[in-house]
Design a binder for this molecule. Structure first.
Ligand code: ADP
Ligand code: MG
Length: 232
């Protein structure tokens, strides 16, 4: 089964009266359960690609199918996609518990079920001992784990990571990469993992897409791309 399919897909931003092309005629299929790393420099269109999956972009052309459904017919509130933004965006006034519980409360989940899910996901991410703290009392790596827990609490079928490790020191990065692998195995979810870091791509990806100036420059397994002279 195909989880995501971009067909000749473009995305534009409107700057005053001009349109800027952020994604330029992309065709790409992501299999269900695949961990796809999108690799590219700043400004290459990585965040835009994720925003399009979330239906947050206004000016698009071509087609995008999510689980076989064209996005024209698709309502975000009915979808189950986890999104970990570059800026994390945790709620500072809420405890860790309430931050993780938030997406479940938005859909009026009964408190007993909220409690079960929050504790289960917090245990998986090894943050169960932090549940009563506020975000300001956490380290960068801990904040990262909470943001991931919040994105996973609804058991999403697809998870989008936007450069999650960009503000994290190198030793913690290795640890968090292991965590992403663990999540991928535990949930069997489709993952789109956006990064500018080669090591992320080499250590995580089933396949890598290299984006440059909104175009797909290459796509393949890390091994295939290495053989073709990419990823070095
Ligand atoms: P990346 O995440 O790879 O750094 P983005 O997807 O954020 O790249 O941006 C792709 C291109 O679109 C860049 O040239 C950027 O300047 C432009 N862009 C992104 N967001 C906007 C916006 N809201 N308005 C206008 N241009 C934008
Ligand atoms: Mg970005």
């Amino acid at each position: 089964m195909i989880a995501l399919e971009f067909q000749d897909f473009s995305c534009y931003y409107k700057n005053k009266k001009e349109y800027v092309t952020a994604l330029d005629r992309i065709s790409l299929s992501v299999k269900q359960g695949e961990l796809l790393v999108v690799l590219g420099q700043s400004g290459s269109g990585k965040t835009t690609l994720l925003k399009c999956v979330l239906g947050l972009c206004d000016y698009i052309s071509g087609a995008l199918f999510i689980d076989g459904v064209a996005t024209d017919d698709f309502r975000l509130k009915d979808s189950n996609i986890g999104y970990i933004r570059q800026e994390l965006n945790l709620y500072p006034h809420m405890t860790v518990y309430d931050n993780i519980a938030f997406p479940l409360r938005m859909i009026h989940t009964p408190q007993s079920e909220v409690d079960r899910r929050v504790k289960e996901i917090a245990a998986l991410l090894e943050v169960d001992w932090l549940l009563t703290r506020k975000p300001r009392q956490l380290s960068g790596g801990q904040l990262q784990r909470i943001a991931i827990a919040r994105a996973l609490v609804k058991n999403p079928v697809t998870v989008l990571f936007d450069e999650p490790f960009s503000n994290i020191d190198p030793t913690l990065r290795t640890e968090l990469r292991q965590l992403v692998k663990k999540i991928h195995q535990a949930f069997g979810c489709t993952i789109l993992f956006v990064t500018h870091d080669l090591t992320d791509a080499l250590s995580l990806a089933d396949r890598v897409v290299i984006l440059e100036s909104g175009k797909i420059e290459a796509i393949g397994t890390p091994q295939e791309l290495l053989q073709k002279g990419y990823l070095q």
